[in-house]
Write a protein that binds this ligand. Structure first.
Ligand code: ADP
Length: 734
């Protein structure tokens, strides 16, 4: 490469500082200049890597400072670096950028240099002479403006060479003339060689062979003395071309060989340089790749650091959670151990308490049954004797004391019965029975039995039964009657001069089950909303007045419990002064087949006009009197014995139609006595007449051979019905 085509840069080598200004600070013009000088210095030292880095820093600073001059200078240096790497396209790209910014300035020298450099690129590297020459001409304009004769000279040389190279001597000659006229020995050695070579080319063109020959030889001589081999090589080539033209082929060949030799060595040197630069390029690439890799690694490291940070955090968190869990677990275990111990202790206590409760429950049941028995026995006497008194002494009917006595006795009796009933339900001793009954008869019977109460309060009872309800149903009619009795008697008690309705409606039928909704409705005093829940509790009576106090406060409790046995519940609608409606539903079975046979068996008349012989086995004197009175009142004969032995004795001698047997007797109880009677093959029907609860003794009574049980105190009608029935049955069987 000829020296003329030297890349024009800045030769201002000012001392530079090592510090590179931080990007963030706005660098001064002077500081940027220092950086560009530094980049230039590195370029001259062939330290391209540093030169590129520094020039980029300078470019960045210049861009921040918006200094077009310095931007152009920086781009020019960057382009020069690429030129050195023979990356001409990149070099052109950056030179053009440099020119773009330089054109914005008034710096003609700068514009001159960049245009010259672009001329070099196009003419001698890209072989686009026209384009290149245009740049040279621009460069020439600027150097002329600056009156820089040295530069004008150099650029004229470049233009001349370009024109001569493409054989356009006409255009090249004016420029050649300039260099010829202004030639002096002060110009560089390299320029001298080129000057003589161009002169040779000129004279050759002018066919002045001698002058041409002399000029070429001077160029070769000067070239040999200089260090720039490329100028010499071009001189050899052009001289060889000249010798060929004039037909001196032998010499032409000789010089071509010289040219080839020198070119080869230049080529080798260039190759070496290129290899070095390529190496550097590779290094640079490797360096960039490394930077990239480092950045990626840094990124991955950062990511993995983040990940490990998260992992560590998670680990700490999980450890904390585990720790908390372990601590909680440990605490739990301790707590569990403690609670277990406590539980064991409480369990033992509970077992003890349960045993005690069971014991207490047994005791309570025993107590209640004993007490009720013990109470019922004297009550039987009290009620019986009061009745006797009233019957025998009609004049006492108006006695306040006697009616009080009767009332108190009846009250006590119902209290005992109620308590016993509740106790039995609570003890789960009540099992519903399945009996066939006529529902309207049952309801009317209740209505009739309460007629005294309705008359007392001047109430009217209406029974409304849905015609869809079958006449005969199967269910526990006794418990049903008890429910109805309680509710209707309440309605009658708490209603004055009003209406009480007993309403039954069929609401649904599921197979055999007929769901009947019963409503007991009154127009009485009503129940306040606040009391509506309370009244179902034991012994709760609302608005109790001494004078009309006729209840135990257990009626609704019994109703609720009994309905519970039916799997039903009771609801209540009431408002003060307007009346009350109690509603409940019971499912009774309807079985036409079963009902038919039962209806046929029903005996229409159980009363008898016959006089029967009755043996009463009773130890209690008062009760003896009461029972005798009842029996004799019905014109039956009555024999009373005090105990079981006496009964056995008399039965040896006498025949009776029926035996009324007390159960709780000293020496020998009713069961024992019955068993002995049956052992003697005496078939006389025996009715247990007892203050015990029926359920309590039924089993033993049947096994002993007792035919029926009547609980004291009893309705005499009921006693006679049972007695007659049994006597007739036995006689028919006999
Ligand atoms: P008691 O033996 O007092 O009737 P109950 O348990 O049967 O006991 O009833 C509790 C209370 O509920 C009664 O004292 C009464 O205040 C109230 N009560 C029950 N039925 C009616 C009703 N039909 N009308 C007004 N109040 C009623």
């Amino acid at each position: 490469m000829p020296t003329i085509r030297i890349v024009l840069l800045f030769f201002l080598l000012i001392c530079f500082s090592n510090s590179i200004i931080a990007e963030t600070e706005l660098p001064t013009e002077q500081e940027i200049s220092k950086t560009t000088d530094e980049a230039l210095k590195y370029l001259k030292e062939s330290n391209f890597e540093k030169s590129l880095i520094t020039s980029r820093v300078a470019l960045q600073q210049a861009l921040i400072a918006k200094n077009n001059n310095l931007i152009a200078i920086s781009y020019n240096i960057i382009a020069a670096n690429y030129n050195e790497f023979s990356e001409y396209d990149k070099a052109i790209f950056y030179y053009k950028k440099a020119l773009f910014f330089a054109n914005k300035t008034t710096d003609n020298i700068l514009k001159n240099r960049i245009n010259n450099n672009l001329g070099n690129m196009y003419c001698f590297e890209k072989k686009q002479y026209e384009k290149g020459i245009e740049f040279y001409k621009k460069s020439l304009e600027y150097s002329k403006k600056e009156k820089d004769t040295a530069l004008v000279y150099l650029i004229n040389i470049n233009i001349t060479w370009a024109y001569f190279d493409i054989g356009d001597f006409k255009k090249g000659i004016p420029h050649f003339k300039y260099i010829k006229e202004n030639y002096n020995r002060d110009i560089s050695k390299s320029t001298i060689v080129v000057f003589y070579m161009l002169s040779g080319m000129y004279y050759s063109y002018m066919n002045d062979h001698n002058k041409a020959n002399a000029c070429f030889l001077t160029a070769i001589k000067e070239g040999k003395a200089g260090i720039e081999k490329s100028d010499l090589s071009y001189s050899y080539l052009e001289y060889s071309k000249f010798l060929t033209r004039i037909g001196n082929y032998k010499e032409a060949y000789q010089y071509l060989k010289e040219y080839n030799n020198i070119n080869e060595s230049i080529y080798n040197e260039e190759k070496l340089k290129k290899a070095e630069r390529a190496g550097f390029n590779l290094e640079l690439d490797e360096y960039k790749r490394q930077i990239g890799r480092i950045e990626i690694e840094k990124d991955t490291q950062y990511q993995s650091l983040r990940k490990s940070y998260i992992i560590v955090l998670l680990f700490i968190l999980t450890s904390c959670i585990f720790l908390i869990l372990i601590v909680t677990l440990y605490k739990n275990i301790i707590f569990k151990k403690r609670t277990n111990a406590q539980l064991l202790f409480t369990n033992e206590e509970l077992i003890k308490a349960k045993e005690q409760a069971e014991e207490a429950s047994v005791l309570k049941t025993q107590f209640i049954s004993t007490i009720s028995h013990e109470l019922r026995t004297p009550l039987y006497g009290v009620v019986g004797i009061t009745n006797m008194l009233l019957e025998e002494h009609k004049e006492l009917a108006r006695s306040q004391h006697l009616s009080s006595l009767k009332f108190s006795a009846r009250y006590l009796l119902s209290l005992v019965n109620d308590i016993l009933q509740i106790n039995k339900i609570e003890e789960n001793k009540v099992v519903l029975e399945s009996l066939t009954f006529n529902i309207s008869d049952e309801i009317n019977m209740i209505k009739n039995s309460l007629s005294f109460l309705s008359q007392k309060n001047k109430n009217h009872i209406s029974v409304i039964i849905d015609s869809d309800i079958p006449e005969y149903l199967i269910g526990d009619k006794l418990r049903f009657a008890q429910i109805l009795m309680n509710l209707v008697s309440n309605a009658l008690k708490f209603t004055k001069k009003g209406e009480v309705f007993i309403i039954a409606n069929l609401v649904k039928v599921v197979e055999k089950a007929h769901y009947i909704e019963f409503q007991i409705k009154d127009t009485g005093m009503g129940i306040a909303a606040v009391d509506q829940d309370k009244i179902f509790e034991k012994f709760v009576q609302v608005g109790r007045k001494e004078e009309d106090y006729q209840g135990t406060g257990l009626g609704l409790t019994i109703v609720k419990r009994l309905l519970g046995l039916f799997g039903s519940s009771i609801s209540l609608e009431s408002s003060i002064g307007e009346g009350t409606i109690f509603t409940f539903t019971i499912a009774f079975d309807y079985d036409p087949e079963k009902t038919k046979s039962i209806i046929n068996e029903i005996q229409v008349d159980l009363t008898s006009n016959q006089m029967f012989k009755v043996l009463v086995v009773e130890d209690n004197r008062i009760n003896q009197i009461v029972t005798r009175k009842i029996i004799e009142k019905n014109n039956y004969s009555c024999t009373v014995v005090d105990d079981g032995y006496a009964a056995l004795e008399i039965l040896e001698k006498e025949c009776f139609d029926i035996i009324l047997m007390d159960i709780n007797m000293p020496l020998m109880n009713g069961f024992e006595t019955t068993r002995k009677i049956r052992l003697k093959d005496i078939k006389t029907p025996i009715v247990a007449l007892t203050a015990f609860d029926k359920d309590e003794i039924t089993e033993e009574a049947i096994s002993a051979g007792i035919n029926d049980i009547i609980i004291k105190p009893f309705e005499s009608m009921k006693l006679f019905k049972i007695m007659n029935c049994l006597i007739v049955e036995t006689k028919n069987a006999g």
